[in-house]
Design a protein around this ligand. Structure first.
Ligand SMILES: C[S@@+](CC[C@H](N)C(=O)[O-])C[C@H]1O[C@@H](n2cnc3c(N)ncnc32)[C@H](O)[C@@H]1O
Length: 234
């Protein structure tokens, strides 16, 4: 696979072929694409003060462990920049997203066809994320939007939920997303990752031989993502 060069932010040296994880604003990525991705994965930095109050006993968020959230209006503007011909969007949501005032203007995608949730369970943390505990903040719903006759390979099972302890900096489960990528893209297809974080989707694409392009705004997180990618064993 050849390296793709779609916009001006430099591709960091040393990335595997076909994997293009840049440190830039997602707007720069979306406004300079010259290829329509087969799948967009979006895990937005939802603003925390728009989430419901945290539960009694929750530990305060350690700011150095987290990123700045974006207002819903900004995230909505980002979604409007997804190329019109793109057939599939997988959206990591957060519970109040279902409230009308969070209208994401995703109507052009129609209704999400499936969902499922990542249940953030940690067997070592009984009081908070322990098994059986299910509440806002302890699971994340995923919405899958499809347009037109989007590619879909039903030959292997797709789990409707994933049970895993949260990783650092909201890193998402690679195993679950590998299932999505196998189902909704073909080898060599382009997957676009709007908010790359620690590069979980880049790892998925490397493992599944899909081409990847993603944006991460925060230089420290981007550097950490590159470090994690370098450790992936094929
Ligand atoms: C929920 S995290 C993504 C986690 C990622 N899916 C993973 O598995 O590691 C959201 C990320 O969006 C990044 N971000 C915030 N604003 C951004 C922007 N305008 N463009 C690109 N990335 C942005 C944040 O720095 C944060 O790392």
């Amino acid at each position: 696979m050849t390296q793709i060069r779609l916009f001006n932010a430099p591709t960091p040296p040393g990335l595997p072929p076909g994997i293009d994880l840049r440190c830039c604003d997602v707007v720069d990525l979306l406004t300079s694409l010259d290829e329509t991705p087969a799948l967009v994965i979006a895990d937005p930095p939802w603003t925390y003060n728009q989430a419901p109050p945290r539960l009694p006993g929750d530990q305060p968020m350690n700011a150095s462990e987290h990123y700045d959230g974006l207002p819903v209006s900004v995230i909505r503007d980002h979604f409007a920049l997804i190329p019109k011909g793109c057939p599939r969007l997988a959206l990591w949501a957060t519970w109040p997203v279902f409230l009308p005032e969070w209208d994401l203007k995703l109507k052009r995608w129609g209704r999400p066809i499936t969902g499922g949730a990542w249940f953030k369970s940690d067997p070592n943390d009984e009081g908070h994320y322990g098994p059986g505990f299910h509440w806002s903040g302890c699971s994340e719903p995923v919405l899958i939007y499809t347009k037109g006759t989007a590619y879909c390979d039903r030959s292997s099972p797709l789990r409707n939920a994933w049970h895993e302890a949260p990783g650092k900096h909201s890193r998402k489960p690679v195993g679950w997303m590998r299932q999505w990528v196998r189902r909704w893209t073909k080898p060599g297809d382009l997957v676009l990752d709007m908010y790359a974080g620690l590069g979980s989707v880049a790892e998925v694409c490397l493992l599944e031989e899909r081409r990847y392009i993603g944006a991460e705004l925060d230089p420290a997180r981007h550097r950490d993502a590159l470090g994690l990618l370098a450790q992936v064993r094929l």
